[in-house]
Design a protein. Structure first.
Length: 80
């Protein structure tokens, strides 16, 4: 199964196997929607921003959310 989920909740976003940043950009009077896949450091920074801003406290919370999500997924895969 494949699920696409849009969320503003960093705790939920941390569980995704992939993380995309969707944003609008105006160029020459036209608005375009862009999608960028986030990996590793950039993903952690985006989660920190979702937690409230790119600072040390929120980066720590983002890393913890990613760690908890990975641990949960590892436990679930052992029970399948």
């Amino acid at each position: 199964h494949q699920v696409l989920c849009g969320t503003h909740l960093p705790q939920l976003a941390a569980y995704g196997n992939f993380h995309f940043h969707v944003y609008k950009q105006v160029q020459e009077g036209r608005t375009a929607t862009n999608v960028e896949e986030l990996e590793a450091e950039r993903r952690m920074v985006e989660l920190a921003v979702m937690f409230g801003g790119d600072n040390d406290v929120n980066r720590s919370a983002a890393q913890e959310a990613l760690n908890v999500a990975q641990e949960t997924k590892n436990l679930q895969s052992k029970h399948l």
